[in-house]
Design a protein around this ligand. Sequence first.
Ligand SMILES: [Zn+2]
Length: 73
Amino acid sequence: MPRCDEETLARRGALSISRCAHCDTISLHVGGVSLRLEPEVLHHLWELIGVALSAPSVRRAALSFDRPRAEAS
Ligand SMILES: [Zn+2]
């Protein structure tokens, strides 16, 4: 079995996503941890993250994160 030949698809800070040209798996790298996934599993993960991010408590947290903090007076 040939070794994986990964091409980086996207990178931001400590996060990156790569694809193997031999076996078509997608690797999700988060710092020192890597998850090697079949492409369809990545799509399920993407959907699941979307569901989690649409939860009201997460939306409220995101809104307060985007909003500039009020200056202390
Ligand atoms: Zn591979």
